[in-house]
Design a binder for this molecule. Structure first.
Ligand SMILES: Cc1cc2nc3c(=O)[nH]c(=O)nc-3n(C[C@H](O)[C@H](O)[C@H](O)COP(=O)(O)OP(=O)(O)OC[C@H]3O[C@@H](n4cnc5c(N)ncnc54)[C@H](O)[C@@H]3O)c2cc1C
Length: 492
């Protein structure tokens, strides 16, 4: 059975070590930097218990247990469509601003499980652990965070060449029943809201980096596991009215630091294996499954931005102006590009070769999607800002000014537009600023550009995997079809 929101919140009160502004956070469900977002995530869990959404969000396993659809290994196109519907429902609950809702990594775990032989490494066979891991996370309906990026210390050196040997997280020793790890990983998005964190490395490691080539998942309250939070936008929010998104959907990002953390063998998936460490993410459908969730969420977020643009244009009474229609058309075109890529990726799905009989969305379209999304998102923000003009800035510091006996009438007189009294206009533009211009908005722009890796990594990958030969062949065919001396009247 999936968890309720209350059961999820209870699990967060486990003594995990979270630091913010130089102080330990005792209880993330009560702290002003995290409590609203924790409740927003709890709401997602509650949706799985709503009879109207039960079949969209969950699926029954062979033994009768209901699990979230994202944990299921899709077997055909219908399963992919059903999974996308589940992603969409949760995405809409945060308007696309909770990037790492629990379904993201749940789909990744299903991806690992679809090709277990990747975990039969040279130094360690993680297949039984993987099966138990999938069972534990899916039947427990657990929220998996992940930190699979090494800290940005010196990108010209491999893991073992860094100035100190435990800057990037590595195994320091084996002991009875498991291993001890030390070092750091970035960026744990939503990690402090998770039940477990999986640690690994998504980028290639050098052959000499075996101590760094491991992956495991541990509960957040494991002794020695520490999270250092970035600035909290939720804590900086004045009220829900003033900061409607950052006050409720600040999923947080944190540095993971492990100080001699004991990891039992049964929680290890990959161990001292440079090949398996990379293949876990790329040879299994894990990455593709991430994109399936992310593309659904991205489509939702673009719909939201386009919706804001429409409301702003109507509020400014510019909606019918031809140049404004052009801008709206561009935005809505992007919405449909995002939607179409998703549908195409599902329609052109592929079998997972050699696995347990699963399918995945089309890998070429999946990798093109991450390039498209990183490119379009900043442009979409800029387009809506252009439409909004100075009204985005000409706002009272606090919505409560509307209730002030002297200021209220002044705002009512000057901050309005036809059909939009002051409170409605201020409400809309404060929402828009939170989405487009706030610190929260800026973090989202960086997120859409980088959460699937840096462009210098993923763009060359498209040259490698995106069937360049087909494009080259067509251009070459054209070149081969005429000669220097060819008359323009010769047929070709
Ligand atoms: C908001 C946000 C949330 C994230 N959440 C997570 C998460 O939950 N879990 C997780 O594991 N990771 C997460 N990430 C990390 C993300 O995976 C990395 O940002 C991404 O992989 C790029 O790595 P990097 O940031 O170290 O950039 P780098 O690899 O250091 O690259 C930064 C820039 O440096 C230049 N550069 C660096 N190396 C080269 C090179 N060899 N050749 C050419 N140019 C180069 C490029 O201009 C590049 O854009 C998140 C990132 C962001 C921004």
């Amino acid at each position: 059975m999936t968890r309720t929101g209350e059961q999820y919140l209870d699990a967060l009160r486990d003594g995990r070590e979270v630091w913010l502004d130089g102080e330990p956070v005792k209880n993330v469900t009560r702290h002003r930097a995290f409590r609203n977002t924790a409740r927003s995530i709890a709401h997602l869990y509650d949706l799985t218990h709503d009879p109207a959404h039960l079949d969209t969000l969950t699926v029954q396993t062979e033994d009768g247990t209901r699990i979230h659809r994202a944990f299921q290994i899709p077997r055909d196109h219908d399963d992919l469509v059903a999974r996308r519907r589940a992603f969409k429902l949760w995405s809409e609950a945060s308007y696309g601003f909770l990037g790492r809702s629990p379904d993201y990594m749940a789909a990744g775990i299903a991806g690992f499980t679809a090709l277990p032989q990747v975990f039969a490494g040279t130094a360690f066979d993680g297949r039984d652990n993987l099966a138990a891991y999938h069972r534990r996370m899916s039947t427990g309906d657990l929220y998996q965070a992940f930190t699979i990026t090494n800290p940005q210390i010196d990108r010209t050196r491999t893991a073992s060449e860094q100035e100190e040997n435990d800057l990037y997280l590595r195994v320091v020793k084996e002991q009875d029943g498991g291993i001890v790890v030390r070092g750091a990983k970035m960026i744990g998005t939503a990690a402090i809201f998770g039940d477990e964190v999986i640690v690994g490395t998504i980028e290639p490691l050098a052959p000499q980096d075996v101590e760094y080539a491991l992956s495991f998942s541990v509960p957040l309250d494991t002794p020695g596991v520490r999270f250092v939070s970035r600035t909290s936008y939720e804590a900086g929010a004045r009220s829900v009215f003033d900061n409607p998104l950052s006050s409720r959907f600040d999923e947080n990002d944190a540095l993971l630091v492990c100080h001699d953390v004991f990891v039992p063998w049964e929680r290890v998936l990959v161990y001292r294996d440079v090949e398996a460490s990379l293949r876990q993410w790329w040879a299994t459908p894990a990455y593709n499954n991430f994109v399936h969730q992310a593309a659904t969420r991205f489509w939702t977020k673009l719909e939201f931005l386009a919706g804001l643009a429409i409301l702003i244009a109507k509020s400014n009474n510019t909606y019918q102006l031809p140049p404004v229609q052009t801008q709206l058309g561009r935005l809505l075109g992007w919405v449909n590009v995002a939607r179409s890529m998703l549908i195409a990726a599902e329609t052109e799905y592929e079998q997972v070769d050699g696995g347990v009989g699963g399918v995945m969305i089309n890998p070429e379209i999946a990798s093109a999607h991450r390039a498209m999304a990183g490119d379009i998102y900043p442009k979409a923000l800029a387009e809506v800002k252009l439409l909004a003009g100075g009204g985005l800035i000409q706002l009272p510091a606090s919505g409560y000014d509307l209730r002030h006996p002297d200021l209220g009438p002044v705002l009512a007189k000057y901050v309005r537009s036809p059909g939009h009294p002051a409170e409605a206009r201020i409400k809309l533009l404060k929402l828009a600023w939170d989405a487009l211009g706030s610190e929260f908005a800026s973090r989202h722009e960086q997120y859409e550009r980088f959460y699937h890796g840096a462009p210098h990594v993923y763009l060359p990958a498209i040259v490698r995997d995106g069937r360049p030969d087909l494009c080259e062949r067509l251009a070459q065919h054209c070149l081969d079809g005429y000669e220097l001396d060819q008359s323009p009247y010769d047929s070709w």
